[in-house]
Design a protein around this ligand. Sequence first.
Ligand SMILES: *Cc1c(COP(=O)(O)O)cnc(C)c1O
Length: 472
Amino acid sequence: MRYISTRGEAPELEFDDVLLAGLARDGGLYVPDSWPRLGPEDWRALRGLPYAELAAKVMAPFLGGRVAEADFARMTAEAYAGFGHKAVAPLKQIDAALWLMELFHGPTLAFKDFALQIVGRLFDHVLAKREARVTIVGATSGDTGSAAIEACRDRARIDIFMLHPHGRVSDVQRRQMTTVLSANVHNIAIDGSFDDCQDLVKGLFNDLAFRDRVGLSAVNSINWARIAAQIVYYVHAALALGAPDRKVAFSVPTGNFGNIYAGYAARAMGLPIDFLICASNRNDILTRFFQTGEMRIGKVEPSLSPSMDIQVSSNAERLLFDLYDRDGRALAAAMREFRSSGLLALGPNLMQRARDVFVARHFDDAETVATMRDEYRLSGEVLDPHSAVGVAAARAVAHTSGVPVVALGAAHPAKFPDAVEKAIGKRPELPARLADLYQREERCMRLPNDLAALGEFILARARARGGKKTAA
Ligand SMILES: *Cc1c(COP(=O)(O)O)cnc(C)c1O
């Protein structure tokens, strides 16, 4: 399998190069040149496998033979052995046709661990083979950061620089990042929004000289390997609920569109997903897009679900690529226009294709809190505010469909104790392995929203240096 850029100008790459490159050199995102398709018998053969084995099988076609099967099976086994629940992604029924898939039993208590625990190991494996080093730079609105840091800490061939918007992530989220004192981990608080952080990262990547000099690489949700790893839990849940002989739907609390795009990819592989619910908070650019066909950038508004406080959802470009019939040049032009005017408009024909798969709903903070309170009363389930947005959307759509709906439990409630207390009147407890989080020492650098200052900061600290020693 080869990978192509959504903007049509970057070279085609194999899996291991896509893994290390992150963003394509033309500013696009890598996608497979075609979708692997599985038939009903193939899906049935995957039923009942332990999660790690399922992951090895489902991801295999995307590796394109570039990582040995036995090595990869060992990586998935190690990655999921560290999860705090034997089922890895337990599925809980919370209503007649509604399930919650708990994706928060990983080391940092959010679904990001599912992909990053694999991606960290893949990086290690590929870099060791190449005797190379990389500098990973990422932007986080909360959970990506801790999950990426946890996946990269103390790895000999990686330095990681993680940007977060100063004051806009929860205390637990910040501490999960800043209390990792490993020498190869650099936390940076930017005076700006998450979109500013993401723009800075894109700015670094678009500076090709800088990029080569420090062997720049990403583990943000633009990294294809993360998408591939997230496909697995859609398969896991669908098979458990009767696929391929029964259709299922998913409700996905959405920010950067990575998680829900993995559901789209699973559907493209032939998994019978009837529809995907794109659930947003008050930052409703995606809801408006699916309803009107116009993607119009607004202002980022802080909410109770900070990991979804986003206006520009990077991974939506992967969906747009398909809606544009995989015409990279046309999409590149549309994205340039979007950047300059703040508007991207799709005609009704293109939008119809999107609407065949996606339904979108958004909920403000008051509705989010009401959902957390109601769910606690109805099913005893304590939801974090992100998961609550997904459950609210599932409940708003489910009764009209007759298809079982799986709402993705995106984060452990203990990551957002204030919101939970507001909703149900008590604070959720952190799992034992994080119980002393508030006693641990923090380390973090605060920087202005300035590309040059950030570049200097990284240059002074990254160990990778040009030529043979870098990989990407
Ligand atoms: C990352 C994250 C999201 C958003 O997921 P995307 O893949 O960016 O759409 C939602 N909720 C939580 C808890 C997250 O960590």
